[in-house]
Design a binder for this molecule. Structure first.
Ligand code: ADP
Ligand code: MG
Ligand code: MG
Length: 251
């Protein structure tokens, strides 16, 4: 599903190399976690995959199925089935949450050659999905993320993901800033989307999210490289010993 090969990335206007040869394969149906200390390049990886500017790929490739992601505009990547839940969701004043979601969903359907959803069908679907995430009607009417609490913003990201039904979901520290109840809601929302035809890349700083979203594979990233790959037990190892031992082992 997602295949990243020898990916090297630097900042566009600075001579700073951030990703130094990332190799990563997430097959359909699997959940892979990426853990690693602050500043290791986890968010950069998610930005480069989703097409945010400011970065330059100097070597390597990234494919979603047969599609070369790095050749596409951000909206084309989304249409191809890639979704990124942001570490810091953006506020969009003046654009109603519901309108935003309906536009996004219909653009997605159009790109897939499907008919637009009628207003009635859209409402039915969004109400059911919002309810599961405890997002009330009021939040659907407000401008996107404006005045939302940290937890509400993260739940709203999961609602977007649930509505868009992407092939490959990347979640960047969706757990950060969440209390226990919100984390449970978010995890349930993610688990409900687990599917043999869908892959997940879950970036997290802490092991606790992975108690709820059980990963198939855990990768440890440090200083722009994946230094270790293993099963869920790797996350527990990090929780107990921190990253220092692994980083020494990799150096
Ligand atoms: P992580 O998500 O693992 O905490 P990031 O991808 O946010 O790491 O950052 C990796 C490194 O790249 C950090 O040293 C960060 O300061 C730097 N970096 C990332 N993006 C930018 C940018 N746009 N401008 C300057 N430095 C950046
Ligand atoms: Mg960080
Ligand atoms: Mg980050």
């Amino acid at each position: 599903m997602l295949k990243i090969t020898n990916l090297h990335v630097k900042l566009e206007d600075e001579d700073k190399q951030i990703l130094k040869g990332i190799n990563l394969e997430v097959p359909a149906g699997e959940v892979h976690a990426i853990m690693g200390p602050n500043g290791s390049g986890k968010s950069t990886l998610s930005y480069v995959l989703s097409g945010r500017g400011g970065y330059e790929v100097t070597e390597g490739s990234a494919h979603l199925g047969d599609i070369d992601l790095l050749d596409l505009e951000p909206e084309e990547r989304a249409a191809a089935g890639l979704f990124l839940a942001f570490q810091y969701p953006v506020e969009i004043p003046g654009v109603g949450n519901m309108t935003f979601l309906r536009t996004a969903v219909n653009a997605q359907r159009k790109a897939r050659g499907e008919e637009e959803l009628s207003a009635g069908d859209f409402l039915k679907i969004i109400r059911a999905k919002a309810k599961a995430l405890k997002i009330d009607a009021e939040m659907l009417k407000r401008p996107v993320n404006v005045g939302f609490s940290g937890g509400e913003k993260k739940r709203n990201e999961i609602l977007q993901m649930a509505m868009l039904e992407p092939k490959m979901c990347i979640l960047d520290e969706t757990d950060s800033g969440l209390d226990v109840d919100a984390m449970k809601l978010v995890s349930e929302g993610v688990n409900a989307l687990r599917d043999p035809n869908r892959g997940f890349l879950v970036i997290t700083h802490y092991q606790r999210l992975l108690d709820h979203i059980k990963p198939d594979v855990v990768h440890i990233m440090a200083a722009g490289r994946i230094i270790k790959t293993g099963g869920p037990e790797l996350a527990l190892e990090v929780e107990q010993n921190g990253y220092a031992d692994m980083m020494e082992g990799a150096a």
